[in-house]
Design a protein around this ligand. Structure first.
Ligand SMILES: Cc1cc2nc3c(=O)[nH]c(=O)nc-3n(C[C@H](O)[C@H](O)[C@H](O)COP(=O)(O)OP(=O)(O)OC[C@H]3O[C@@H](n4cnc5c(N)ncnc54)[C@H](O)[C@@H]3O)c2cc1C
Length: 449
């Protein structure tokens, strides 16, 4: 029986995390009507990172959302420091290379979601429906996705869309309904995330304390510091059940900076880690972005970066086709051709960096000390440049063009596409308590040159 639709939009986005919100911002200037759906009542309440590398801040600036991110209290970080408990300061320098004007910013994840949601609604025609959960995809007789069935508090609702985007995270229901397979792997390490009062000797920097049993990353938060402690996979209960003084001693042994600092454990958590990559990103009438398409080990701090990169690439490819009535499937294919190799490389690179960083024991410790010292030496310049290019800085236009390979020549920035219809009033949205702190994650070792 044909579905009776209760709502209609140009694009339905399932998932209001960074990928879904980024897509709404990226599509904002196109004037397309976007229905953003999320199972959560409001922003926050989800464990995630907070590092926005220059590659990400450049996109936010292009969409017109960066000023709001700064105004929300994002802290700029300009320096990286690598310390060792017995060998002292191994490496110190600028985090962002000379000539890169885009900042490295840190903002708690819940605040970032709040700001991007407000910006998506301010800049474009984003309507929000939450809490609402994807029940199923609606297909036409040819198998093309033409809408979604949603479960809302008020009951079932069907929405028609020309494009359905799965931005619904690593357990993506959209991906599962599309029957897309995923390659995945796990790690022998996990991250303990918590916060501490700002130690007296700390100045804002991405500060890494190497240790043979697992390093500690210290990142600034407006009135405290965020800590990411590398621990054994499956050791969560041991860490979260440890009394304050024992945990304080264990952390100070790895990171002397923390000796005497009061730990703020209210919302501490241990994150088990995986990598994954979907075999396909698109199907007729549908696309996957962000963690729904791929996840990386957070050591490299690339999850939000690649989610925002996907959002930008998808908007560039499908925006013009949706506005002008062009060939949507060709645009979707072009998005996959462009973005999948970029993400495959990122998953691999993040995996390598994570395995090096998580290499414990005296041998791993020695290798990391050598690596950090090499990065700081004149011969390490090439290595450092490679790392910053892989994880931090915006891709050069030539490199971007190369990555796009066969991508549609017709694809333009959505900023070039004339607005189609006037803005109209927006949908439902409730606020929710802020999220537990995620351990800070960031590209750990690059030293800008
Ligand atoms: C501990 C940790 C630290 C990290 N640190 C960093 C960092 O510093 N920098 C960085 O770049 N990345 C970091 N990451 C990764 C990054 O946070 C994620 O890769 C990124 O946020 C993914 O965003 P997303 O929107 O794709 O997915 P998510 O944030 O998972 O959002 C998915 C959304 O979909 C909704 N949803 C799911 N299923 C449904 C459904 N059936 N119906 C409706 N809605 C649904 C969910 O409620 C959610 O809001 C970190 C990750 C972890 C775990």
């Amino acid at each position: 029986m044909p579905t009776r639709f209760d709502d209609e939009a140009d694009v339905v986005v399932i998932g209001a995390g960074i990928a879904g919100l980024g897509l709404c911002c990226a599509l904002a200037r196109s004037g397309l009507d976007v229905l953003l759906v999320d199972a959560r009542k409001g922003p926050g309440g989800i464990h995630r990172g907070d590092s926005l590398v220059p590659r990400s801040t450049r996109l936010l600036a292009a969409w017109g959302a960066l000023d709001a991110v700064r105004a929300a209290g994002a802290v700029p970080i300009e320096r990286i420091e690598v310390h060792h408990p017995t060998r002292g300061l191994l490496l110190e320098g600028p985090l962002v290379p000379d000539g890169v004007v885009d900042p490295y910013l840190v903002l708690p994840h819940a605040d970032l979601e709040r700001v991007l949601l407000a910006e998506a609604m301010r800049l474009g025609r984003t309507r929000v429906l939450r809490p609402a959960r994807l029940d199923d995809l609606v297909r036409d007789g040819a198998g093309r996705v033409v809408g979604v069935r949603l479960a809302t508090r008020e009951g079932a609702l069907a929405a028609r869309a020309r494009l359905v985007v799965g931005a619904d995270g690593q357990r993506s229901a959209v991906r599962e309904r599309l029957g897309v397979e995923v390659r995945r792997g796990s790690y022998d390490h996990a991250y303990l995330g918590l916060e501490a009062e700002r130690p007296a000797g700390y100045r804002d920097a991405l500060r890494l304390h190497l240790h043979p049993e697992g390093g500690v990353l210290v990142m600034p938060r407006p009135d405290r510091v965020g800590l990411g402690v590398l621990v054994e996979a499956g050791s969560g209960p041991r860490w979260t059940g440890m009394p304050d003084d024992a945990l304080g001693r264990a952390l100070a042994a790895r990171c002397p900076l923390l000796a005497g600092a009061r730990l703020l454990r209210g919302r501490s958590h241990v994150y088990e880690l995986t990598w994954s990559h979907a075999r396909r990103y698109v199907a007729p009438g549908a696309a996957l972005i962000g963690d729904a398409a791929h996840t990386t080990n957070p050591t490299a701090g690339q999850g939000m970066t690649s989610a925002l990169g996907d959002a930008d690439a998808l908007a560039r490819e499908v925006g013009p086709a949706l506005v002008t009535g062009g060939d949507l499937d060709a645009a979707l294919a072009s998005f996959e051709r462009r973005q999948r190799p970029i993400n495959a490389r990122l998953v691999r690179q993040a995996d390598l960096l994570a395995r090096l960083y998580a290499w414990r024991g005296p041998l791993g410790d020695g290798a990391k000390v050598l690596f950090a010292r090499t990065l700081g030496s004149p011969v390490g310049a090439l290595l450092a440049r490679g790392l910053t290019r892989a994880f931090l800085v915006p891709r050069a236009p030539a490199e971007d063009a190369l990555a796009r390979g066969g991508a549609s020549r017709a694809a333009r920035s959505c900023a070039d596409v004339p607005m189609r219809r006037p803005q109209r009033s927006l949908g439902r949205d409730d606020a929710e308590p802020s999220s537990p702190p995620a351990p800070p994650a960031a590209p750990l070792l690059p030293l800008a040159r």
